[in-house]
Design a protein around this ligand. Structure first.
Ligand code: AMP
Ligand code: ZN
Length: 469
């Protein structure tokens, strides 16, 4: 599989450290509010990555953190903790807020058919590991104390700008993203441990060798990733906004502590954008969530399909028209799947040559840095063509959907009817084919009385049970 590695600035052949096994770390949500559909785009591309790796026969150990402390309003490690601010907004404790939005996040995650991580680790459950890591940095003389916390001295880490590129870091230094704190040695230095403010009591705070406070946001990912996956991970993912600060800092502190590469492949997903930028900002009052889509009668899987319209490394603009088109295409694909299932008596057999050839083409696209738009085009081409027999189409679709995760052959799909009803369906089809529409209508009514609805689609006749239609 070819993967675009941000660190190398090019596509590279992916090979895991341990043959057959991949360690994958993905930065999880900051749980001070619901996830917006932009956040969810990032989790969807990561899910596709995991599914492609699995389709290649690799075992994936996936760890995702939950940021429930330490993510400050500003990237400059200034301002309030998003959790404490959110707790005040909602009149809840920061702990209750974390519980509420973690649950809401995984409800979204599952409804998008994303495969659950093997380990989900909340930052608040790993304070001791973070303190231990800061101590290691302190022992190496890389951490220093100022009035509001313990900071990492980025000037002491050669190659600090390796991930983001020099110009990016220069921009950062000139104050584009990180406001200058006069006590810091370098503008890009970041907090490892922050002291609780003297003026107000924080809800989330812990004792430490340096004083009561809370961990910096970046240290949590380094500490937890290394705890569960070892000192060098195969793949680390996140959205592109994490490149310049969060991931750059994760690399600096992890590699300085261990002397080893932290992650071998850094994979970043581009943003989902909206004409009205507020709709994609969790800090704004009104933003687009999966629930907003559901209220307009879209399925979360329609949104999943919508994401397949662009490569993960290009920006995607959200529109209701685009989502509508995705919903229609998904429905057509499901209808196709249902028709094939019914033609094959509900059985997905072993793939024949036709299925294997289509699958090779599909996987070639998926393996090319997850080119899902191209892989999806192979699906449509195969479904529309006449060269591949129905049984092979079905076998192919079943394999392709393990990567796409659209639930095309979900158990709820009906594949078999009682034999006497099936006979009526076939008789009706035969009547239609011989253009005996009067008999076809009679048979349709008979079936309807017995609770079976028939629909004629370009892919053939599809039946559904009345109560489930
Ligand atoms: P947060 O909950 O704010 O920590 O963000 C969770 C994830 O969403 C991170 O990996 C971000 O990089 C990603 N993200 C934030 N905004 C967007 C967006 N508009 N499109 C895609 N991903 C995003
Ligand atoms: Zn992270």
């Amino acid at each position: 599989m070819q993967l675009y590695n941000t660190l190398a600035r090019m596509k590279q052949e992916f090979t895991p450290q341990k043959p057959g096994e991949v360690s994958l770390y993905t930065c999880g949500p900051t749980v001070y509010n619901y996830a917006h559909i932009g956040n969810l785009r990032t989790y969807l591309f990561e899910d596709i990555l995991k599914r492609v790796l699995r389709a290649e026969g690799l075992k994936v150990r996936h760890v995702m953190n939950i940021t429930d402390v330490g993510h400050l309003v500003s990237d400059a490690d200034e301002g309030e903790d998003k959790m404490e601010k959110g707790a005040r907004r909602e009149g809840k404790s920061a702990w209750d807020l974390a519980r509420l939005y973690t649950e809401a996040f995984f409800a979204d995650f599952k409804s998008l058919n994303c495969v659950m991580p093997d380990v989900v680790c909340p930052a608040t459950g790993h304070i001791a590991e973070m303190i231990a890591l800061v101590r290691r940095l302190e022992e190496k003389g890389l951490a220093y104390k100022i009035s509001d916390g313990i900071y990492y001295d980025t000037a002491r880490f050669p190659g600090y700008s390796r991930l983001a590129g020099k110009s990016h870091i220069e921009g950062l230094k000139s104050g584009a993203r990180v406001e200058f704190n006069a006590e810091k040695r370098n503008p890009s230095d970041f907090a490892l441990w922050k002291f609780s403010p003297k003026t107000e009591k924080r809800q989330m705070e812990w004792d430490s060798p340096w004083g009561v406070g809370f961990p910096g946001w970046h240290i949590e990912c380094s500490a937890m990733a290394m705890k569960y996956l070892g000192e060098t991970l195969d793949i680390h993912c996140g959205g592109v906004d994490h490149i310049a600060v969060h991931h750059t800092n994760e690399i600096a502190q992890s590699e300085a502590a261990t002397g080893k590469p932290f992650a071998r492949y850094w994979v970043h997903g581009e943003f989902l954008i909206a004409k009205n930028a507020e709709k994609m900002a969790k800090s704004s009052g009104e933003f687009l969530t999966l629930d907003v889509l559901k209220k307009r009668n879209f399925s979360p899987l329609d949104y999943r399909y919508f994401n397949f319209g662009a490569h993960y490394r290009t920006q995607l603009e959200f529109s209701w028209e685009g989502l509508e088109a995705a919903a229609k295409s998904r429905a057509a694909l499901k209808e196709n799947a249902l028709s094939l299932l019914q033609q094959c008596g509900g059985k997905t057999g072993a793939p024949g040559d036709g299925a294997n050839a289509a699958l090779d083409k599909f996987m070639a696209a998926a393996d090319d840095d997850m080119n899902i738009p191209a892989a999806l085009a192979v699906v449509w081409e195969t479904m529309r063509g006449t060269a591949v027999p129905p049984a092979d189409k079905l076998a192919f679709l079943s394999a392709a959907d393990k990567v796409l995760g659209l639930g095309l052959l979900a158990a709820s799909q009906q594949a078999a009817l009682a034999p006497e009803l099936m006979t009526l369906v076939h008789e009706r089809e035969a009547a239609r084919k011989s253009k005996d529409f009067a008999r076809s209508d009679v048979l349709r009514k008979q079936l309807e009385e017995k609770g079976v609805l028939v629909k004629d689609t370009p892919q053939g006749t599809v039946w559904t049970l009345k109560r489930q239609s």
